[in-house]
Ligand binder design. Sequence first.
Ligand SMILES: [Zn+2]
Length: 665
Amino acid sequence: MGRWIWAVAVAMMIGDGGVSMAGSPYAVMDELTLGRVEIEDGFWSPRREQLRAVVLPTQWENLEANHHVDNFRVQAGVKPGVQLGPVYIDSDLYKWIEAASYVAGKHPDDEWLRGRLDEITGLIEKSQAPDGYLDTYYQAFAPDRRFRLLWNDHELYCAGHFFEAACASDEATGDQRLMTVARRYADLLTATFGPGMNEGVPGHEEAELALVRMYRRTGEPRCLGLADFFIHQRGQDPHYHRDILRTIRERAELTLLVAERRRQVLGDGPAAKTVSGLPAVAWFFSPGVFKSVFSGRYYQADRPLLGSTAAVGHSVRAMYLYTGAADLYLETGEKPLLDTLDTVWTNTISRRTYVTGGMGSRGAIEGFGRDYELPHRSYAETCAAIGSFFFNWRMLRATGEARFAEQMERTLYNAVLPGIGLDGRSYFYVNTLAAHGRTERQPWFGCACCPPNLARLFGSLERYLYARDASGIWVHQYVGGTAQFDGPFGRMKLEMKSAFPWEGRAEITVREAPAGTVAARLRIPAWSERSEVKVNGAAVSAPAAGSYLTIARQWRSGDVVALDFAASPRLILGSPQVSADRGRAAIAYGPLIYCVESVDNPGVDVHSATIAAQAPLRAERRPDLLGGIDVIKTATVNGRELTAVPYYAWANRGVSDMEVWLKVR
Ligand SMILES: [Zn+2]
């Protein structure tokens, strides 16, 4: 696509109303479009530049090396070969497209990025089947079996990620080509699924939230209707057990068929190793999985969502389901849905979530265990944390309650960010809270869901910082930069300077203000020990930590709001209900959770090192260490010095022992 088209697209984006095309009628607040927010921040700007310069290019190399892109070249008929990789392989590329679109929207001059997006967009256009279907695995091997193995075969999961990529491309770059493909695919889905038609539901949720996103982007009510069907149909199938047994039998047949087809093309060479498939069937019967799958819990299909009380089963699936359900509420106002989600949230956060915000403690099912089952060799998949971040954003928009923004902050810094190394080219899929050596980030994974998921969240971070409503503006996260709000109150622009996460100081300068009164709602973080807020030097009384302060006034350009949230390093004592946490404590400082690594503490066994409950904790600025951090210094009861680093920064200096929860007495 020529540069001028991009320029026109960006101009169109800036010229829009500043919120989603279809404002969600039941949202307390509207999100700002990405073009309305710029990030200029000491902590986040280097990471965002790294996203453009390192993360996206190296992820592309891995997508090329692992056949993600070639599958589309083969399907499009521009390269000979055979489809390779797992059944969900397309989704990883779609997430990369979503991330790359956000970044390309901010950097229309990045020729490399534009070239990749252009190429893959063309390949996707050519790959789509005449009736709108799109899935390289099924198109290659089993076009007659599509939408039959929904529980595990990820067709609708891939479709969902494709829809999100298309919406992102449309929103961020103005390029409509993927949206045209997506509309045709959505038409096929809405003509295929529903009462009296195929009454199956996505085995891995994602299509639900993506269909709501498509609805918001296109105004097509059938997309919303299908999301509604998928969410309410889940857990209703009286023949679930028959269906899961059929799934296993047909999966085995298809696996053999795919293996044979790949062997015909590749022979028995090394490439044919990707033919593995029998493990996919054996998995159903493996220890720790069997019960979860056959009960339906693994898929959140053991009962309808309405009336559920806590997150169960595969944690990414669960978070995407709740995200989609919250999205549905924002459009339909179905109150019982919001009440259920609130109950699920409360129980899940208080009993099934790590201190970092990480979720999913059982590795076998990549999912939730019982209440308080939170061992320190945690699974806590990076994608589950990202899903939780998305879910909390919808709940925040539905309610305006600060607890959801708090959870987003906690999760972002302590459960999402640890998923990527400081080098921008290594990743954790599993995020343990205790390491006995051996644990290192990897450049890529056979199941590559997490790396591009991180990229798309970091690429769209603008979306989650602010919001607006009829009477004014919301500031949820203190990340430096600028924001422009256009509402019934007129236009307001502000500039944010922030010392987060190291210090709880931020300064907001009004750069443009309308004539009338505008309410500014500012989050007072839950960890703030003493909150001082001043408008043009005059103190404003701040409400309790963990809520929003509202300042309604006639703002003028040049007004300054200074926020100072005092924080000192603190110990979070382990809950007696969590057996792994008993007699242990985690160090926290502001929004950050800390850990102790052996590399900083030679001669100390970090697993048995014991600190006093009243041990003094001292923050020390270390601009030279790990990209610039504050370490926390304390001492063991034996008088040995201990140095703790932010958990997000661990495992960047070779293999180390590590503990988040220190012994305490
Ligand atoms: Zn993942």
